[in-house]
Design a protein around this ligand. Structure first.
Ligand SMILES: [Fe+2]
Ligand SMILES: [Fe+2]
Length: 133
């Protein structure tokens, strides 16, 4: 299963779109990894969540604050929920390595949560921001 970025995901903010494309590309790499790549890919994606994705959340939050987005708290809450699940996955991975359970949980988390967030929550934000810039 591959996920594609298309114009329907555009937020109208170049920085955010660029970051979303990168996030989708990384998730696709995680979904298409071979058995031998599992350990390395999992390590990579968890580092990516802990670095790039956190920076991405900060970018969005700064934009929402700048434009006084009314649903800021709700949106930030979803980011925090993601980071909480990410921390548990990371701890589990450090303890047990790339077990099937962690692989499935990470893939589900990445796809279900992040993609849904980009498609729904980020789009709502984009609809508001688009009228401001
Ligand atoms: Fe986003
Ligand atoms: Fe977001």
């Amino acid at each position: 299963m591959e996920i594609y970025w298309d114009e329907s995901l555009s937020t109208g903010v170049d920085t955010i779109d660029k970051q979303h494309k990168e996030i989708i590309a990384r998730i696709n790499a995680l979904l298409s990894m071979s058995d031998e790549e599992k350990e390395g890919e999992l390590d990579k994606i968890l580092r990516f969540f802990g670095g790039y994705v956190i920076d991405h959340f900060n970018t969005e939050e700064a934009i929402m604050i700048k434009h006084k987005y009314p649903q800021y708290d709700e949106h930030k809450g979803e980011h925090m929920k993601f980071l909480k699940s990410y921390s548990s996955l990371k701890r589990l991975f450090e303890k047990e390595g790339a077990t099937e359970l962690i692989i499935t949980a990470t893939q589900n988390q990445a796809v279900d949560w992040l993609i849904k967030h980009i498609m729904n929550t980020d789009q709502k934000m984009a609809d508001f921001i688009r009228n401001k810039i």
